[in-house]
Design a protein around this ligand. Structure first.
Ligand code: SF4
Length: 524
């Protein structure tokens, strides 16, 4: 599940995106140098709206990271002189953003360094998403722009990475001839070979989906990091077959990464100054890794506890949870460790059992409500968020209202919400007619969004007067006189700065007021 769509960043697989991270070669300190403050600031500026080459391209899925160019600019002065540079844009879920940092690590081994400027790069890469049609359209527009750059500077190579690579390899390489390299999510180790071939004029392609690849030994370059929070990928692929989702086809079968490499990565991040890690997977609850030395199978609950024990000052989050797999054991582990955050992204997709069955979610409304009750019982302070699809095949008004009532009952702090968008090759596309008219899907989506806004505001207003432990992430968007940070429930809190504090510090903040998106407070 994953994932979160980015309109999130974030889903469940498909219509939602936003989630994942990575790995463990601990012996390359020069590549994981934390960014200097000024570099961090520049990195943050590279959000979609600031990318000068994206002018005119609509940001169709709200998330403000779509199209972000990951880079670290001259973090080590002179280190890139004379070397080759790559420019990489990322779309879709957090897994894709995380993968871009693995790609950066692979390329750094070959002497490439990242740049935020396409015009000065030798290699232009786009890490793509197939979950929604609009995401694919955006990538196509970008490829046309990259093609212009190729014509302007012959010799520049263009590569497509990620989910679209698998789906549209032929089209990109043979029909549209827009790119030199096409690399699927399990083939990033092959990039150097494919680049070398492309430099000799060969078209390079590897979209092989592996049953083993977890990139466990590759330490991702934290190019877009705030130096406080990082993502650690704990698994890849997905074995669920939600009927609307392309992930099982574009990212392959589920594989869990060596638990010890995950814990080692978390420990390394803590030593480097990071104070929060998010364990990422399409369906983290089905994480399962067998220790080859003693046969012991590490479950997600166990992995969560192992990570929490790295240090009490390291916050641990995770995403995405699948309602069918989320166990009480995980909830009890969360309750036991204060540094495991009280926040669960538990995508419901629909509040109606018939639609859930058509979606092949393998749970029904009652089961989902039972999971909500378990969270409320074991973790009374836990915030829950969701992914919701409106207008799935044959959805009636009454079934749509079941989704609205589910939102009320679950009291989601936030949701990633989408109108159903049929993806070619999925079971839903093969078996069902996409028969809910677009205007109905959109109207239902608007109703869902309106309701979520009300619930989010109510949720936040209930926090006024409470004090939270907040991890400072950096300056607020509005002012460098204010810090922003998150509480355990993953809510953003903005508060006036006080001398002597810096990102990565924990402070107690009393909430004085709230909007639907943010809590406003003062340190106490
Ligand atoms: S198939 Fe997997 S990734 Fe896709 S929505 Fe279902 S659980 Fe998520």
């Amino acid at each position: 599940m994953g994932e979160q769509y980015s309109n999130s960043r974030r889903e469940e697989g498909v219509v939602v995106e936003e989630v994942l991270f990575h790995s463990a070669k601990l012996s390359q300190p020069e590549k994981v140098l934390p960014l200097l403050p000024i570099e961090r600031k520049k990195t943050r500026q590279m959000l979609y709206d600031d990318n000068p080459t994206l002018v005119g391209i609509p940001k169709e899925i709200d998330e403000n990271r779509q199209g972000e160019a990951l880079f670290w600019e001259d973090a080590r002065s002179g280190s890139t002189a004379g070397g080759k540079r790559f420019y990489i844009e990322s779309y879709g879920c957090q897994m894709n953003f995380s993968d871009s940092e693995i790609v950066a690590s692979v390329l750094a081994e070959e002497g490439f360094s990242p740049t935020r400027f396409m015009e000065e790069s030798d290699l232009i890469l786009i890490n793509t998403c197939s979950i929604r049609e609009k995401a694919e359209e955006t990538v196509r527009k970008r490829l046309r722009m990259f093609d212009l750059e190729k014509r302007r500077r012959p010799g520049v190579l263009v590569g497509v990475l990620g989910c679209m690579a698998e789906r549209l390899k032929k089209k990109f390489l043979e029909e549209e001839k827009l790119v030199d390299i096409v690399v699927g999510p399990d083939a990033y180790r092959d990039l150097p070979k494919l680049i070398a071939g492309a430099e000799d004029g060969e078209k390079g392609i590897n979209v092989f989906l592996s049953r083993e690849e977890t990139y466990a030994d590759i330490s991702p370059l934290r190019l877009d990091s705030n130096g406080v929070s990082a993502f650690i990928s704990i698994m890849r692929g997905c074995d669920n077959m939600c009927s609307f989702c392309v992930v099982p086809y574009t990212r392959g079968r589920e594989r869990s990464r060596d638990a010890f490499s995950i814990v080692a990565e978390a420990a390394q991040l803590f030593e480097q100054g990071y104070r929060e890690v998010t364990l990422l997977g399409q369906n983290v609850d089905s994480y399962k890794w067998q220790n080859p030395e003693n046969g012991h199978v590490v479950s997600f609950a166990e992995l969560l506890e192992m990570t929490a024990l790295v240090h009490p000052g390291l916050r641990v989050r995770f995403s995405t949870s699948h309602p069918k797999d989320m166990t009480d054991e995980v909830l009890h582990i969360m309750a036991r460790h204060e540094n495991i955050c009280n926040y669960i992204h538990l995508p419901v997709q629909s509040g109606n059992s018939r639609i859930l069955d058509l979606m092949n979610r393998t749970y029904d409304r009652e089961w989902y409500l039972g999971r909500i009750e378990a969270i409320e019982r074991i973790l009374p302070d836990c915030a829950i968020s969701s992914d919701i699809i409106t207008g799935f095949c044959t959805e009636t008004e009454e079934e749509h209202r079941d989704t609205l009532s589910m939102m009320e009952r679950a009291n989601y702090s936030m949701s990633y919400m989408f109108a159903y968008s049929e993806r070619p090759g999925t079971p839903a596309a093969k078996k069902y007619e996409d028969d809910v008219p677009e205007e109905v899907k959109k109207r239902r989506l608007n109703e869902v969004i309106r309701l979520q806004n009300q619930i989010s505001l109510r949720h936040n207003l209930a926090d006024v007067g409470k004090t939270f432990r907040v991890l400072i992430e950096g300056d607020s968007k509005r002012s460098d006189q204010e810090f922003k940070g998150r509480n355990s429930q993953n809510k953003m809190i903005v508060f006036p700065k006080q001398p002597g504090l810096k990102p990565g510090d924990y402070v107690n903040v009393l909430v004085k007021s709230a909007t639907g998106a943010t809590l406003l407070g003062e340190m106490c």
